[in-house]
Design a binder for this molecule. Structure first.
Ligand code: ADP
Length: 160
């Protein structure tokens, strides 16, 4: 049977425990997961793509089935490039659902051969998102309880 390869796309600015838990759960469904850091040249990020990539690679260093790669352009084109037939997304709230519904249906039009999968967030992570972590960091707080252990956020790591 063909290997089931999935892309988990996002900004991961930075990766949180919510992303981490979701990726580990998805491992029971897919043979390989490529964490895709989508780079949108219009968007401003707090952490460089190199730092975000390094953090994800370190977080999953013991999982050869999980890799990380940054990409420009459409997520469906990135899926085709890495041979993925699946896209994984997380659903935290009904607002997530409405947002994901539009993206999912557009992706289906663009690439009918790619199937999107949605995993409900574990309740303990439903209120966690990268923008809260960024707010804490920007305001000088300690966000370490919200991110994987190897993600060491120090002031000198922020993009100017
Ligand atoms: P985006 O740039 O699309 O907002 P994110 O990096 O915030 O991307 O998130 C990427 C994916 O991870 C999305 O599918 C999102 O729903 C999911 N996600 C974000 N936070 C959590 C969380 N706390 N628990 C589970 N999934 C999450």
């Amino acid at each position: 049977m063909a290997e089931k390869i999935a892309v988990f796309p996002g900004s991961f600015d930075p990766i949180t425990l919510g992303h981490h838990a979701l990726i580990l759960r998805a491992l029971s469904i897919f043979d390989k997961i490529v964490v895709g850091i989508g780079v949108n040249t219009e968007k401003k990020y707090l952490f460089s793509v190199e730092t975000r990539t390094k953090w994800i690679a370190e977080t999953f260093k013991d999982f050869p089935q999980i890799s990380v790669e940054a990409y420009y352009g459409l997520t469906v084109d990135f899926c085709r490039k890495v041979g993925a037939s699946f896209i994984i997304r997380g659903l935290r709230t009904s607002a997530d659902f409405e947002f994901e519904r539009i993206i999912g249906q557009v992706n289906k039009k663009l690439a009918p051969e790619i199937e999107s999968f949605y995993l409900l967030t574990a309740p303990e992570y439903a209120s966690l998102n990268s923008s809260i972590v960024r707010d804490i960091v920007i305001n000088g707080g300690d966000a370490s309880m919200f991110v994987p252990e190897n993600v060491k956020i120090t002031p000198n790591i922020l993009i100017e």
